[in-house]
Design a protein around this ligand. Structure first.
Ligand code: ADP
Ligand code: ADP
Length: 220
């Protein structure tokens, strides 16, 4: 059973006169524990696809399903509930809050939930990504690879079924990039999480079970 699936998805942007077709008839799926790389030139629709997969944007046509449930036409509020339950996001530039400690950054997604176990879970996740000795460090006291590990711990705090990563190794040197990819590999095996990464990094292709190429909005 696919944990996430796009069926015949089109995305059109109407830019006042000219219509841009960012996604054209895209079929895509990922299974639990699978690592899928999405590659393609600039402007080919990768970010649009990631936004649709992440329920941050809705398709013009076609369907989005999570764990077999069609979520295409849900209200914004229901989308947010599904996004929080199913999806963790990781970015090229980490998007950590500079004034907060590593621990507080990882706890952030739980702050409105009044969850008494959040602090323990955040601590455990930071230990798991190798930062048990860095709980109180702020982002500017951490290396790039360490920052990405904090971001990965944050993405895992609500126990998502899917991790969506936008160029996760784009700001890291090769060796650090590889250690972050090793971590993704461990997570998807141990937690049965689907990892979907948009990337230009050929190294990432070596880790992926499958590479999907987008060209001009179409999957090749
Ligand atoms: P990639 O991530 O592969 O660089 P994008 O998904 O960002 O590609 O863009 C795909 C196409 O859609 C491009 O032609 C881009 O200009 C266009 N596009 C993306 N977002 C918008 C938007 N909000 N409004 C209009 N056009 C957009
Ligand atoms: P990068 O860190 O990879 O440079 P960008 O700043 O290009 O990331 O952001 C990638 C996309 O993710 C953008 O479309 C942005 O609007 C969206 N985005 C940024 N922050 C968040 C967030 N906290 N949650 C969800 N989407 C976000």
């Amino acid at each position: 059973n696919h944990i996430i699936e796009l069926q015949r998805v089109w995305k059109r942007y109407d830019t006042g006169g000219e219509v841009v077709e960012a996604l054209k008839d895209v079929d895509f799926h990922a299974d639990p524990g699978e690592f899928v790389a999405v590659m393609g030139p600039s402007g080919s629709g990768k970010s649009t696809m990631l936004n649709v997969l992440g329920l941050l944007d809705t398709p013009t046509e076609g369907t989005v399903s999570l764990d077999g449930q069609d979520v295409t036409d849900l209200s914004d509020r229901e989308m947010t509930v599904h996004r929080k339950r199913f999806i963790g996001f990781i970015f090229q530039s980490f998007h950590l809050i500079p004034t907060l400690s590593a621990l507080e950054n990882v706890e952030m997604p739980t702050l409105f939930g009044d969850d008494p176990t959040a602090r323990d879970r955040a601590t455990h996740l930071l230990e798991r990504v190798g930062l048990g000795e860095r709980l109180d460090h702020r982002p500017d006291q951490l290396s790039g690879g360490q920052k990405q590990r904090v971001a990965i711990a944050r993405a895992l705090i609500n126990e998502p079924r899917i991790l969506l990563a936008d160029e996760p190794t784009g700001n890291l040197d090769r060796k650090t990039g590889r250690s972050v990819l090793d971590l993704f590999d461990e997570i998807r095996r141990e937690d049965d999480v689907a990892v979907i990464a948009v990337t230009h990094d050929p190294q990432l292709g070596d880790y992926a079970d499958r590479t999907v190429e987008l060209i001009d909005g179409r999957i090749q």
